[in-house]
Design a protein around this ligand. Structure first.
Ligand SMILES: Cc1ncc(COP(=O)(O)O)c(C=O)c1O
Length: 393
């Protein structure tokens, strides 16, 4: 199988597995206990915290471990909702956020918060004029804009957006789940107050995340209990997974220091080049200059994306049509709609996402298989339009 769905999840790095194993076996102790064995576990958590902090330019004490990226986003947004209240405050976000931000914002709107969802341009980047107006029109409140989009890989103007929010007295959160580890993310250079991380997008396991809380920001914990994570997220720590996230963060920092995933980028660009040269009716979506190296978002005219996905799965290539949560919904995603991509073209899209484990040979093989699948589907569907798919084999 060729795995090209790394925006859905990444394989756990073998070195991450090795780092985790001792904490599943001999070092099982509760880090809050008083004996020496617990100190080993506590130290491992502290080291992992340091690694995550170093990856994003934060201080150790500004990192809180969570159960996943969705939890990190919910923790911040619900805290902000409580801190600011619904009276006289606004929630400003974008139309292209992941459901882990969209849904909490919707829940706030349902109970009376004013939520503004700013649009994006045709390349999928936040409309800064609209965002500025929204910030200027708010007396108080907060904004949440993702660092990189999960469907298109397009990097958002976070430096500009966070400055605009801060200039207008608003708190600023960014869902950086698809950015951290892929591109340089440095909270010392960008005035974000809160930043969400998810382990499984950077070769740690699923079920662990982190939240950056800038020193001095107001924060109301979502989960209260034994006071772990300095009272910001109670619950006995998921030590092996935290250790895994720390190891993954260290590996990603080393890869970025070595030139930022050059091989990975070359493979993604090669696939795009070959497909656009060798297949008719190929459209590369998303801003070309501002995107993470891991993602290609491509429309194939006259081919239903879900049909392509099924044919490719049968041929040994795992690819998504959009975000994993949109799979099977047979509709244009909210991201593609916001970009103004037509309904038909949106339904004809694939999200092809790479990791540093993807080889050039796999990339070449995937190109051939995508070409075959497109040819086959166009024959079945009569070449034009996106009709119902009746034959998959
Ligand atoms: C941009 C973005 N935000 C949030 C999430 C949710 O993260 P998790 O799966 O760790 O809950 C994802 C995962 O797909 C994502 O891509």
């Amino acid at each position: 199988m060729i795995y090209l769905d790394n925006h859905a999840t990444t394989p756990v790095h073998p070195e991450v597995v090795e780092a985790m194993l001792p904490f599943l076996r001999e070092h099982f102790h509760n880090p809050s206990s008083g004996y020496r064995a617990s100190r080993v576990v506590k130290k491992a958590i502290a080291e992992a915290r340091g690694e995550v902090a170093d990856l994003i330019g934060a201080k150790e004490e500004e990192i809180v471990f969570t159960g996943c990226g969705t939890e990190s986003n919910n923790m911040v947004l619900k805290s902000l909702a409580r801190v600011y209240g619904r009276k006289n405050s606004r929630v400003i976000t974008s139309k292209i956020e992941h459901s882990a931000v969209l849904r909490p914002c919707q829940a706030m709107e349902d109970v009376g918060f004013t939520v503004e969802r700013c649009g994006v341009d045709a390349g999928g980047r936040l409309d800064l004029v609209e965002f500025k107006q929204a910030c200027e029109g708010a007396q108080s409140g907060f904004a949440s804009v993702m660092w990189a989009n999960n469907e298109t890989g397009v990097i958002q103007p976070i430096s500009e957006a966070s400055k605009l929010a801060k200039e207008n007295g608003l708190a600023f959160h960014t869902d950086a789940i698809q950015a951290v580890g892929k591109i340089p993310v440095n909270v010392a250079q960008v005035p974000v107050d809160f930043l969400s991380v998810s382990g499984h997008k950077l070769h740690a396991p699923k079920g662990v995340g982190a939240l950056f809380l800038r020193e001095g920001v107001r924060f109301e914990p979502l989960i209260r209990g034994g006071g772990q994570e300095a009272g910001r997220r109670s619950g006995t720590e998921n030590v092996p997974f935290i250790v895994g996230l720390g190891k993954a963060a260290a590996l990603m920092r080393a890869a970025l220091a070595k030139g930022g995933h050059a091989e990975l980028t070359a493979n993604r660009d090669h696939l795009e080049k070959r497909l656009s040269e060798e297949v008719e009716g190929v459209i590369l979506n998303g801003n070309r200059d501002h995107r993470v190296p891991t993602c290609a978002h491509i429309s194939f005219e006259g081919c239903e994306g879900d049909g392509l996905m099924i044919l490719l799965d049968e041929a040994g290539v795992q690819i998504s049509t959009g975000s994993a949560c949109m799979t099977g919904k047979q509709q244009a995603s909210h991201v593609q709609r916001a970009m103004g991509i037509s309904e038909n073209l949106a339904k004809s899209s694939l999200r092809i996402s790479f990791s540093s484990f993807t080889t050039r040979a796999e990339t070449e093989e995937a190109v051939e298989k995508i070409k075959n699948a497109v040819r086959k589907l166009r024959q079945v569907q009569g070449g034009s339009g996106v009709g119902p798919v009746t034959v998959y084999s």
